[in-house]
Design a protein. Structure first.
Lengths: 314, 259
């Protein structure tokens, strides 16, 4: 059974005061996410990622279409008890402490009292906030707030977790920790639907990705197939003289010098000739590696030729 | 369902307490202490009347100000700060949120009024060195103030579901003032000879909350008893009016697309 089944979900906003005009934020979307899958929802700013999540969470109402989560209508309260949601740049009741907030949300999600007593400290420990004690949320840093956000999203042990830009605004350490948390959820078999425009995160976590552009779904692909698809170019890295660069350019290579190192991307068929050239120049070879097609390449390729996205905000 | 409403109400109450809303009690206490000392000092025979008028008016005014200033942000603030996002993604229905918010603020106001009433009676005791059975009738005026606060809270909550805090405050204050003169508006409608004026004045008089019927401060200060029928009528009227305003707030909020 699909964990998330979206059928023609769409959202159009009316903008303007006197002369109203319709601006589509999300064109009819058809999408299916399997149970236990980590699904990346990619797109530039204003592509419609947050709109999709707001629709699924019942924060805004769709202009058309429907969606089912765990086989039930997405508006069904039974479904709400089975899902967790982290909004983009989350903000919580700042008069509460992290423990009180989690306790409150657990109460609203119907977690029994005994279970709440056990889970709240456990969850704070899991997100790396075991010692925040009586510190009110208004004194939390952005990274700490994000961790609280993740804690509240999974506190009630939901089957499906929706995360809107979970790594947004975090420093490298924070991003790594959030990624580890998401990996942990994946290992527990939870279905994760997360939106991002940080492609390296999607690449390291997702089973499949969808690319959204100007409210329109461009494609859905398996990440594994994308990033191992073709190795038709090789990257050659050497140290020392940049003189071979001109000769390599004649072989169709693109060269770039950084400090005392030179990086050349050479067509695979010309690799032997390129290495021979470097030997002749007595260059100190550092590495020869195949150039992988990254998710970024794929993403840019999918959006190539498209006009700059216009941000659509309600 | 009931427990979710109770949790939301409790969180609203807790928020109000932590935002130091109950600090107004300190100002009220200072007002009562200074008034009791001052009136006790001049002692021209009407000190009790002054204190009752001042005390009850202060209880009403402090309560209305809190009801309006907290009420207008009840929903708006949650939308603006996006705290509603994580709330609505849980098994919380929109109407439960509105009802919980209403009870949370109403509870805050009841607790606030209770402590002000205690302070008021303490000042009365200081002034007269005793409390008489007649002083118990002042409780009716305090009870009517609570009813009035329930109506103001419901109206502020309604405005908060579709309007900015500034506009909501303007609407709520305008209605509070208009409602305080509701009886005059009805009298004006009765006196009007032009049909359309009479109809419009009557419609306005019955639409605005009738706060003048709930104001018995002057009567109880002069020792006049408040009849049981008026207590019953006012109770039913205030509860019906507040329920209608909360219901309207639910209707608006149920169909509102959040930012």
């Amino acid at each position: 059974m699909a964990a998330i089944e979206i059928s023609g979900l769409e959202k159009t906003y009316s903008v303007g005061f006197w002369r109203k005009r319709e601006v589509p934020a999300l064109r009819p979307l058809h999408l299916s996410v399997e149970e236990g899958e980590v699904f990346g929802y990619l797109g530039a700013n204003g592509a419609g990622k947050t709109t999709t999540l707001k629709l699924l969470m019942g924060i805004t109402f769709p202009t058309g279409g429907s969606a089912r989560i765990l086989g039930l209508d997405y508006r069904d309260p039974q479904v709400r008890a089975q899902i967790g949601f982290l909004p983009e740049q989350p903000y919580f009741y700042d008069h509460l402490t992290a423990g009180e907030l989690l306790e409150y949300y657990a109460q609203l999600s119907g977690v029994p009292a005994a279970e709440r007593k056990r889970r709240v400290p456990q969850m704070l420990e899991r997100v790396g906030l075991p010692h925040v004690g009586s510190l009110p949320l208004r004194k939390f840093s952005k990274g700490m707030m994000q961790r609280v956000g993740i804690a509240q999203a999974v506190l009630h042990d939901p089957k499906v977790v929706f995360l809107d830009e979970p790594m947004s605004g975090l420093d490298p350490i924070g991003r790594r920790e959030v990624r580890d948390l998401m990996q942990g959820l994946k290992d527990e078999g939870k279905t994760i639907f997360f939106s991002t425009h940080i492609l390296s995160d999607a690449e390291s976590l997702c089973d499949r990705v969808a690319v959204l552009h100007r409210g329109e779904l461009r494609c859905v692909e398996k990440v594994g197939e994308l990033i191992t698809a073709k190795h038709d170019r090789m990257e050659v890295l050497w140290q020392g003289d940049a003189a071979p660069s001109q000769d390599l350019a004649a072989l169709g290579a693109e060269c770039r010098t950084t400090g005392d190192q030179v990086r050349a991307v050479v067509p695979e068929a010309k690799l032997d000739a390129a290495l021979e050239l470097l030997r002749n120049h007595r260059a100190r070879l550092i590495s020869v590696t195949p150039v992988r097609t990254t998710l970024e390449d794929y993403f840019l390729e999918r959006l190539a030729g498209a006009a700059d996205p216009k941000e659509v905000k309600p | 369902m009931t427990s979710r409403i109770a949790w939301i109400a409790f969180n609203t109450f807790r928020e109000a307490v932590r935002e130091r809303v109950l600090y107004n009690l300190v100002f009220f206490a200072l007002l009562m202490v200074s008034s009791a000392l001052l009136f006790g000092g001049i002692s021209i025979g009407v000190e009790r009347l002054f204190l009752i008028n001042l005390g009850l008016t202060a209880i009403s005014l402090f309560g209305v100000l809190i009801a309006i200033f907290l009420g207008i942000g009840l929903v708006f603030k949650e939308i603006e700060k996006r705290t509603l996002y994580t709330m609505l993604s849980r098994p919380v229905r929109r109407w439960e949120f509105i009802v919980g918010k209403f009870f949370g603020l109403a509870g805050t106001l009841v607790v606030n009024t209770f402590f002000m009433a205690v302070g008021f009676y303490a000042a009365l005791f200081y002034l007269g060195r005793t409390l008489t059975a007649a002083d118990a009738s002042l409780l009716v005026a305090i009870y009517f103030i609570v009813l009035q606060l329930l109506m103001v809270t419901a109206l502020a909550l309604l405005f908060s579901t579709f309007s900015s805090p500034v506009l909501s405050a303007v609407f709520a204050f305008a209605l509070f003032i208009a409602g305080s003169f509701a009886e005059d508006l009805r009298a004006f409608a009765a006196l009007s000879e032009v049909g359309s004026t009479r109809w419009l004045a009557s419609a306005a008089a019955y639409l605005v909350p009738n706060f003048s019927a709930l104001n018995v401060i002057s009567s109880v200060a002069h020792g006049q008893a408040v009849g049981g029928a008026l207590i019953l009528n006012n109770t039913l009227y205030a509860l019906f009016y507040a329920a209608a305003a909360v219901f309207a707030a639910i209707l608006v909020f149920e169909h509102r697309n959040l930012k």
